[in-house]
Design a protein around this ligand. Sequence first.
Ligand code: BES
Ligand code: ZN
Ligand code: ZN
Length: 456
Amino acid sequence: MTLSFATPDSATRPVHLVDDTAAPEWLAKQSQTIQDWAATHGFKGAIGQTLLLPDDAGAIVGYGNEHTRARGRFHLAAGAVKLPAGTYTLVSDLDADALATETLGWLLAGYRFDRYKDQAPMGARLVAPEGIDATRVEAIANGEALSRTLINTPASDMGPPDLEQAARNLASAFGADIAVTVGDDLLTQNFPMIHTVGRAADRAPRLVDMRWGGTGPKLTLVGKGVCFDTGGLNLKPGASMGLMKKDMGGSAAVLGLAHMIMATRMDVQLRVLIPAVENSVAGNAFRPQDILTSRKGLTVEINNTDAEGRLVLADALALADEDNPDLIISMATLTGAARVAVGPDLAPYYVDDAKLAAALETAASATADPVWRMPFHTPYEAMIEPGIADLDNAPKGGFAGSITAALFLRRFVEQNRYMHFDIYGWQPSDAPARPKGGVGQGTRALFAALPDMLGL
Ligand code: BES
Ligand code: ZN
Ligand code: ZN
């Protein structure tokens, strides 16, 4: 599906976005009919409150106040979904950032996952207001829609070959080059850990390598593409396995971000690497206590086959690093510990360079895409060193699980140009413009921050 703004027609009506503190003043300026209408219907301007006005005068949608707005995001969308079908123009006094975010929310409220069942489309469509870059907002909406759909699609239809095909579709839409290393070729091309994690599955493991753009700084995105995570021989209990179709959420996020970058022709040399595997159980599955030699040469003792994401990412990160890009960003549904630490709303991220963190945080608040910086705490390196190999994939003790996973990944790249996101990738219950299901995290913040981060 494509999310887009509407073209105005003869029936286009205005929708007024009204803050609850400003509602009395706003209403006082309207006709007596509208004032009486609003009073009769108890319109106070709360978030999500919607009032259709008489005489084709359009509608009012509540915008709450700074306290109620602080409890959520996409406040215009909360009301827009209740409007009758038709096209609308927005009347508001929002600043540029808020206008871009709220209109994005309207588009995202129209997202539907309808591959397996028809879903009623959103009836109300918005004409792009003055003051936004409509192409940019649409690019963000469609990048996010791509992330959601990839995550929502179950592993039966989103195995490693399907994830490869999704990357190929994106590449051909924007004229990107793509190369894919599949199955035993992973061994000859020296991606041993991607092969090891994925070899027990019927659908062969692979590494997707997409490149786009000939000028500008080099940006490499690496996304965890574990299409289903059973845990392997360290099998997950049922309750923990239940959502593991989303374990390719990192790859869905980087493909969504790549869509935004390419659709707006950002001046970067973009590379996207996706190790796409299934972590399955079979006689040839890798085992606890196996010791793997990675692409980079570091040896890794397996102490839990369920800590598979860091293994496939390590080989992809080593490849990324060989190219000396200006910035490497990995995104992964890497640890349950990240979810315990910050919950499903915040995207926890790691970076050594405080300037990169500052750029990201500014962009995150401007785009309603909250992130939270976590520490690459070097003293914990000892926790990932087992003794008989260079690295341990699953340190015992239960301390700082997201940090030790991040430190593991950092061993495979240069420190100062590396950023890593340990995301959840799933919206647990419906919220405005964010239906229950797969969701991009950190992508809109990154998209807004990249020009600053890369010195564009
Ligand atoms: N895919 C999971 C992490 C995960 C679980 C993300 C639930 C989001 C929600 C990952 O492969 C995993 O199982 N990690 C283990 C690592 C441990 C064995 C060191 C974890 O976090 O429990
Ligand atoms: Zn796992
Ligand atoms: Zn996993």
